[in-house]
Design a protein around this ligand. Sequence first.
Ligand SMILES: NC(=O)C1=CN([C@@H]2O[C@H](COP(=O)(O)OP(=O)(O)OC[C@H]3O[C@@H](n4cnc5c(N)ncnc54)[C@H](OP(=O)(O)O)[C@@H]3O)[C@@H](O)[C@H]2O)C=CC1
Ligand SMILES: O=C(O)C(=O)Cc1ccc(O)cc1
Length: 438
Amino acid sequence: MGEAVVGLIGMGDMGKMYARRLSEAGWRVHACDLPDKYDLLVEEFKDSENVTVFKNGHHVSRSSDYIIYSVEAKNIDAVVAAYGPSTKMGAIVGGQTSCKAPEMAAFEKHLPSDVEIVSCHSLHGPGVNPKGQPLVLIQHRASDASYNLVSKILSCFESKHVKLTAEAHDRITADTQAVTHAAFLSMGTAWAANNQFPWEMPRYVGGIENVKINITLRIYANKWHVYAGLAILNPAAKRQIKQYAESVTDLFKLMLGGHKQELRERIECARKAVFGNADGSKGHELLLQDELLDQFSLGEKPAASERLKNNHLSLLAMVDCWWKLGIVPYDHMICSTPLFRLWLGITEYLFRNEELLEEVIDTAINDNTFRHDDLEFTFAARDWSERVSFGNMDGYRSKFEKIQSYFAPRFPEATRVGNEMIKTIEESLKQRKGNQGN
Ligand SMILES: NC(=O)C1=CN([C@@H]2O[C@H](COP(=O)(O)OP(=O)(O)OC[C@H]3O[C@@H](n4cnc5c(N)ncnc54)[C@H](OP(=O)(O)O)[C@@H]3O)[C@@H](O)[C@H]2O)C=CC1
Ligand SMILES: O=C(O)C(=O)Cc1ccc(O)cc1
């Protein structure tokens, strides 16, 4: 198939990013979204000579050699049911959804048996440069030759190809993505509930707090279905999110009760399990450094003396949750997203700094100034977990969009700062890896 045509069904943010990069690399792309977007898409891609826009997925399916479904995970069954039977004989089909169990079920159910299946998943958002980012490839029902063709087509992204089964993909992304999002969604929920824009308060500016704020806003600036899909439709995600909510609740109860010794012992057990013994270093450098974190702020950085302390309940609970579930987050680095690496980075930053950890325990027990934040955060973590456990798409959407509208006026600035932050921190991570010779 020297002249393979790549089909894209779903021209949202990810589909467009794929269309642009694949066509620029010289591949012919046949693309469609819903019929009512046809005219807009034709206009938008009129200068891309390798991209041909079609009215619907039948036209794309019958004329393409590798077809990628880049639609909402919650719609995958209906969309594959509609266009799958029109797939060109002997073609290869894959999907870009963030959760592979429903995608594979849809392919197996609706695709003709002569059609091969090789799926993919870019582990980053549409605004991030794919170069060096993990790209999962799944040879689900395909010859090696077909797998190699897909790998060759997608090589123009210069991503790191990670070959996994669909099941392993879902298990890992439940650990890395779903539970990470639960933590940030809960932070945003608590800030909105207390009517705060956290970067306007001295407590919330600087270092770790910058990452929390920028990532929370980045998530709420995205579409609800991306997060709902990967939490609710991933069979492995519910348990993680539930454990996170339980860890938050348990730790908050220890704080409220003033049980300092018990709190310290629990944090210490979790620290040992996740970050290793004694100095907690597990033999590698910190992922993130303070100077790097301090550069990205939406507010003014207060003087050290004015900095209000935080008990970092969200971070303590993350490590507790990893410990309870036997998860070693470093094992997932080959298959991680920029947000996960930042999240692990700030968690590690706290847990490997004994002085800071001691300050956190002390604040947790002796300072009740921010108990109202922690209360809202605990409610939020449990409520998100319940919505996910019940598989409640509508309930997820309405909560997400309500909080989204609260933060919306700040999105342009937060997106700009967040993009800079991710770029700089990723560069620094790459450089350090280079220096270490791996
Ligand atoms: N955004 C991200 O950061 C990432 C997303 N993903 C995954 O990629 C997939 C796409 O995400 P993203 O691009 O962000 O989402 P978008 O909502 O931007 O794109 C999905 C597009 O598919 C369209 N669509 C729905 N049904 C059909 C149909 N029958 N025929 C043609 N087009 C259809 C949608 O139209 P309409 O809006 O009218 O329904 C929409 O334009 C999702 O499964 C997501 O989980 C993967 C990696 C990163
Ligand atoms: O990095 C994250 O976790 C994001 O929020 C962006 C994202 C969202 C969905 C994906 O399937 C992959 C990446």
